[in-house]
Design a protein around this ligand. Structure first.
Ligand SMILES: [Zn+2]
Length: 345
């Protein structure tokens, strides 16, 4: 072969080296800054500062012992791997409010947010005192401790069951235990806290959508008129609280109709674990969920605010009676988010 070919090969190799040198630094950095709209596939999201099961055990114990009797902690049963399914009860009011977090084990910040809400409710703050008089709040900071420890969405049992799709078949011990707790505590209202895996944009805009509101895990035709109205009232009060503090651009969660989700069956009833009878008339008049964007630890505080601020707004509105007067006329005008995967365009 001639030297010309050699030169050609060398030129090719040089070009490749130049390309590599050009591309590598770009590829090593996320296309967006951490805290920007997209979680990168290889982004290192540290869990070191996120509450694990042992932290929940310790913190619930601490809160109970410093609450002067305002908080009691108990276990609803045990998980597939034998962890306690811990919940706290705060308040002595006639209406029960159910607040659950981390039914999906890898949705990290909902646990810390639930603990923050519990600490507030246990405090001497006048709003907290009023909530304790009006409500009995059941706080479940880690519904799925096995999934949380493994940092996966589902159970860790071989079936890898999504615990939020298990209130029809009840194959998981967690589902049976929390269904029984629901039956025993008869919550009038329920709130379930989740994370989105990606943060999309608000439809028709370039605005990052950091908070989605789930007024309906099932089609409204499966609810009573009262339940659908209550869900929209809780939704609008939540959205207004987010707006007031300028925390996020709010959008609807996509339209779904998932009858085996926990909240869905709280509203519909009609199912029960083996050997149990369904609750004849559901005590639950409203049940909604939050979906908060999910990114690295740099914005932990912001992520936790996105759960805590609207949740406390709803709790205050129930306690002071203003939820019943909540205007829902703006519900239909809440935007949806883009279905496009973040950063795909
Ligand atoms: Zn979730």
């Amino acid at each position: 072969m001639t030297s010309r070919s050699h030169r050609g090969l060398r030129a090719l190799a040089l070009t490749a080296a130049v390309l590599a040198a050009t591309i590598t630094p770009v590829a090593a950095e996320p296309a967006q800054n951490p805290g920007g709209p997209c979680v990168q596939p290889d982004q290192n999201v540290s869990r070191a500062s996120v509450a694990g099961y042992a932290d929940v055990v310790t913190e619930l114990d601490r809160i109970e012992h410093t609450s002067h009797g305002a908080v009691t902690v108990a276990s609803a049963g045990t998980s597939g791997e034998g962890r306690q399914l811990l919940y706290a009860t705060v308040g002595t009011g006639p209406k029960t409010f159910w607040l659950q977090a981390r039914i999906h084990g890898d949705e990290l910040h909902s646990t810390e947010a639930a603990l923050q809400i519990l600490r507030h409710l246990a405090s001497g703050d006048p709003d907290a005192r009023r909530i304790r008089e009006a409500l009995t709040v059941v706080v479940i900071p880690m519904y799925n401790p096995d999934g949380a420890e493994a940092n996966i969405r589902q159970s860790t049992t071989p079936t890898r069951t999504d615990l939020n799709r298990d209130w029809e078949n009840f194959v998981q011990r967690e589902s049976v235990a929390f269904w029984k707790l629901w039956r025993a505590t008869r919550p009038e209202l329920a709130l379930d806290m989740h994370h989105m895996s990606q943060a999309p944009v608000v439809n028709g805009t370039d605005d990052l959508n950091q908070f989605q509101i789930g007024a309906r895990s099932i089609d409204p035709s499966r609810m009573t008129a009262e339940q659908w109205l209550t869900n929209r009232r809780m939704t609008m009060r939540s959205a207004e609280a987010i707006d007031r503090y300028g925390l996020a651009n709010v959008a609807h969660y996509p339209v779904i109709d998932i009858t085996n989700a926990a909240l869905s069956r709280m509203l519909m009833s009609g199912t029960a674990p083996a050997g149990e009878q369904p609750v004849a008339v559901s005590p639950t008049k409203g049940a909604i969920f939050y979906e908060v964007r999910s990114v690295g630890q740099k914005s932990n505080g912001q992520l936790e605010n996105l759960f805590r601020v609207p949740a406390l707004a709803v709790l205050n509105a129930v306690a002071d009676g203003t939820l019943g007067a909540q205007d829902v006329s703006g519900y239909g005008a809440l935007p949806f988010a883009s279905g496009q995967e973040c950063g795909a365009h």
